[in-house]
Design a protein around this ligand. Structure first.
Ligand code: ADP
Ligand code: MG
Ligand code: MG
Length: 880
């Protein structure tokens, strides 16, 4: 088996095997671009490493040594050769890019001898020791897990004694001192000398990359981004080129289009006399790429032309890394660049207009989840104008964020559920990923447009202002000073990610308005998709938002939400504590007109689009007060003795309400509730028909059915009432009665249920809870351990568990359609707006997905992508 590929043996099509970085390095090599030579150890070698009990087997080692020998021969240099040492970088690269997740080691192959050779060879002792100290630090950090901090302390103290501010100002002698102290630190930490043997250094570095695939931050990143844990990472070993050889050398990163706006122009940053990470680390402030034209006109021209070639070749915006060594340009990486949602839309639409790609390609290029950031509010323009920024940083990732200040990612992760948070950091690091994800906005004091914070925030669609150098952050004290004022944890802050402005107050926001590119893309998606997209909406307002976002109906209108309203809860409580049917009916009669008005409002907003109304679902005790003083107040209000009400409340209390008296069980015990709701649904439809001339087809949905006879019983109540109402009104209208499939038993007996149901809607929240046997409300407490221990990879409540829950769905679809071919099928759980779940629903042959209003556009795009992927898979089969 081949585990190692030289760059010229690979190509861009081999991403699964070579990882994204390796495949693209191979592709650029094939295109004749100046890429330092090297080889890639495959992702399969990584998988094998884990399978072999975290060991690199002999056959893989042999292949690595052979590839290394070939590279040495071609370069005319040898690993460990004192006269002419071969130096490499060791770089990780998974199939999907995982920025900052796994660390790179540069200058590997240096030791006490080769560093002297390198100095002699280049005539530049300063450069040689600068490279060596960087290598010791990276190797110790990445491979040996000695904290970076101790190294930084040493470097700082040497800079202080030399009286300089920048690393690049340290002379060779001072750098030698740094190296000496670094090695002492290493010996102290590890109890042995810094490894001198280059081959040993190499194998240890490769192992470290494999290991890093399973570090906690990589696991979190994979879960957030739906990346399977068994993909593994490849390792690239590449000849070093040096950007730190003096003022004719440098390093940089650039995009072929602006990753914030999508505008077509070269966009990026570089630093002269610097190596690798310096640009992104944010220690020195880099220069804009355009000024490279002044530093070296011919290199700039060459780079521009390569960038253009790469974009034309990949037919997508590219994100590139380059290094200039003594006036010669080298390409070190290219990949499709991360971009904001707005940029993603503009680039996709522009590329179609430029004739580079098809509409289908354009749709496939956009990550549906990213659209989210476009749909959310921006600052109210009046308030924005009136507000005075306290400072300004770089507009690293657009959006309007308003929240309370927190200084660590852990704190944000803790409190974000109930609080809008702004994460304020000197600079972010990959460990912060979870908190960055949970925050409304990110503010950093250091770092440029390509810093970790900026790149990750853009990828997540989170607002970010970076490099805000006026902030004096004291992370230990949990405060920062800006403009003479001190801000502490919990203070309000607003960030404008499009201008970089920071406001020391909470600014009001307004709904987003959609760009032309957004409409174009959505139109293309609608033209292609076959899966319909509905919304979950309980109020006319939600319905209105959803229609604006393109909802084609309501897939779930929860009626209980209407009863929590201040004015209504009293009648609801009266209904619940009623001792007789008479009493209960009297209370329900008070609720009827309110419910009817709710439905009318929603029907009107939906303008004749289908509306699925779910009958009362939650356990009744949720509506009742639990504290003595609240019970007393209610007893007073209802004019019944406190003891009596307290008794009723405790009687209604359930040990396990999730599996208690709820859903259709309520209608079975109190049919008058279903009668009232049916009356409201039908009367509202008739009234709206008369008032607005809209024809309404109500879809009545009975929740939590597990046995067809339950459904038969409730359906009978519904039809009897509906007939009666229609007779009273003197009109006939059509309506449907269907059920949710959310109890495993319903899925297993779907053929029986289908005879009685006009439609099924998969309630995947409950179906997931009941299939896994844990509740969404409680699972959070232990699921993190499950992710860390790799028992589960993703949250089954946000992504359909296709193996288990999905199987039940598949079975229900099959049985249901067998019994009734015209059966309408949909999904209304949270999953309806999750792209991978939408694809799954498309493949199952559902008629529609239903999701919260803000996720409607996401679902529309995901549905189009599902259709395109299906067509591609179909034509691939056809060709075979
Ligand atoms: P990341 O995926 O975090 O960007 P990379 O492997 O791309 O990590 O490398 C980190 C930095 O080191 C980049 O700036 C890259 O250009 C630089 N680098 C990597 N390999 C070499 C090399 N062989 N010569 C010079 N610089 C390199
Ligand atoms: Mg890189
Ligand atoms: Mg449910």
């Amino acid at each position: 088996m081949k585990y190692v590929y030289l760059f010229h043996e690979g190509n861009a099509g081999m991403k699964n095997l070579l990882g994204g970085k390796g495949a693209n390095l191979a592709e650029m090599t094939g295109l004749g671009m100046p890429v330092p030579p090297g080889f890639t150890v495959t992702t399969e070698a990584c998988t094998r490493y884990y399978a072999d009990g975290r060991k690199i087997s002999g056959d893989i080692i042999a292949q690595i040594e052979e590839a290394l020998a070939t590279c040495e021969k071609n370069a005319g240099k040898r690993f460990g050769d004192v006269e002419n040492p071969y130096l490499v970088s060791v770089r990780s690269g998974a199939r999907a890019s995982m920025p900052g997740m796994m660390d790179t080691i540069l200058n590997l192959g240096l030791n006490d001898q080769t560093v002297i050779g390198l100095a002699r060879l280049t005539g530049n002792e300063r450069f040689a020791y600068d490279s060596y100290r960087r290598f010791i630090q990276m190797f110790s950090d990445v491979v040996m897990e000695i904290s970076k901090h101790s190294f930084e302390t040493i470097l700082q103290s040497v800079k202080d004694s030399a009286g300089v501010k920048l690393d690049s100002e340290l002379s060779a002698d001072y750098l030698k001192e740094v190296v000496k102290q670094y090695k002492e630190l290493y010996r102290k930490e590890k109890g042995e000398d810094f490894p001198q043997e280059p081959k040993l250094q190499l194998m240890e570095a490769i192992k470290a990359v494999f290991r890093s695939w399973d570090n906690p931050r990589a696991i979190v990143y994979r879960r957030i981004n739906d990346i399977p844990g068994d993909w593994g990472t490849a390792v690239n070993v590449q000849a070093m080129v040096f950007g730190n050889m003096g003022d004719d050398s440098g390093t940089g990163v650039a995009f072929t289009r602006d990753p914030s706006t999508g505008e077509k122009r070269l966009y990026g940053e570089f630093l002269m006399n610097a190596q690798g990470e310096d640009v992104v680390a944010g220690i020195r402030t880099p220069q804009p790429i355009s000024s490279l034209a002044n530093a070296n006109a011919s290199v700039y021209e060459q780079f521009e032309s390569i960038a253009q070639k790469l974009e034309n070749h990949y037919r997508d915006m590219q994100d590139m890394e380059f290094t200039i060594e003594r006036g010669r340009l080298y390409m070190l990486q290219t990949r499709s660049g991360k971009r904001t949602a707005a940029a993603a839309l503009k680039i996709a639409v522009d590329l179609v207009a430029e004739g580079m790609i098809s509409k289908e390609d354009a749709l496939m290029k956009i990550d549906p989840k990213q659209l989210d950031s476009l749909l959310h509010p921006t600052f109210e323009s009046k308030a924005l104008k009136a507000a005075k920024p306290i400072t300004k940083g770089l507009p690293a990732s657009p959006g309007a964020a308003c929240g309370k200040v927190y200084f660590t990612a852990e704190r944000v992760a803790e409190v974000a559920k109930d609080n809008p948070c702004i994460l304020v950091r000197t600079e972010t690091s990959p460990e912060d990923i979870e908190g960055m994800h949970a925050a409304q906005g990110i503010l950093t004091a250091r770092g440029g447009m390509t810093s970790h914070a900026a790149v990750v925030a853009r990828g997540m669609g989170t607002c970010c202002v970076a490099g805000c150098s006026e902030l004096m952050i004291d992370e230990a004290k949990k405060q920062f000073v800006c403009d003479g004022k001190t801000y502490v944890e919990g203070d309000w802050l607003s960030l404008d990610g499009s201008t970089g402005n920071v406001y020391g107050e909470a600014l009001p926001t307004v709904e987003a308005s959609f760009s032309g590119d957004f409409q174009t893309i959505m139109q293309w998606a609608d033209d292609i998709r076959t899966l319909k997209v509905r919304t979950n909406a309980d109020t006319p307002r939600d319905a209105e938002t959803a229609v604006r976002f393109g909802a084609e109906g309501i897939g779930l209108c929860r009626t209980e939400h209407m009863f929590f309203d201040e004015e209504r809860i009293a009648s609801m409580r009266e209904m619940i504590v009623s001792k007789s049917e008479e009493q209960r009916k009297a209370a329900l009669n008070k609720l009827l007109p309110m419910q009817r008005e709710d439905f009318k409002g929603i029907y009107k907003e939906m303008g004749g689009r289908p509306v699925t109304i779910r009958f009362l679902d939650p356990p009744l005790h949720e509506f009742l007060p639990q504290q003595d003083k609240d019970i007393a107040a209610l007893a007073d209000e209802m004019n019944i003795p406190f003891e009596e009400l307290a008794h009723t409340v405790s009687e209604l209390h359930e040990m396990n309400p999730m599996l208690g008296h709820r859903g259709c069980r309520l209608a079975v015990t109190y049919p008058e509730i279903a009668e009232m709701q049916t009356r409201a649904v039908i009367e509202a439809a008739i009234e709206v028909m008369r008032e607005e001339g809209l024809s309404i087809l109500p879809e009545i949905m009975i929740p939590l059915v597990g046995e067809v006879k339950e459904l038969e019983y409730v359906k009978n109540v519904v039809t009897k009432t509906a007939e009666k109402v229609m007779e009273e009104c003197g009109v006939k209208i059509d309506y449907l009665v269907g059920t949710m499939i959310e109890i495993p038993r319903a899925a297993l007996t779907a053929d029986e249920i289908a005879f009685t149901a006009d439609f099924f809607s998969f309630g995947t929240n409950d179906l997931t809870q009941m299939t896994f046997g844990f509740s969404r409300d409680d699972a959070g407490k232990f699921l993190d351990e499950y992710y860390a221990k790799k028992i589960y990879e993703s949250d089954p409540f946000s992504r359909v568990d296709q193996k288990g829950v999905g199987r039940l769905m598949e079975l229900a679809v099959k049985l249901g359609r067998q019994a009734k071919p015209e059966l309408k099928l949909g999904i209304c759980g949270e999953h309806g707006g999750d792209p991978s779940s939408v694809t799954f629903c498309h493949d199952l042959g559902l008629d529609y997905v239903s999701c919260s209003p803000y996720r409607v556009p996401i679902a529309r795009l995901a549905a189009a992508q599902a259709k395109i992927m299906e067509a591609e898979a179909g034509s691939a089969v056809g060709q075979r």
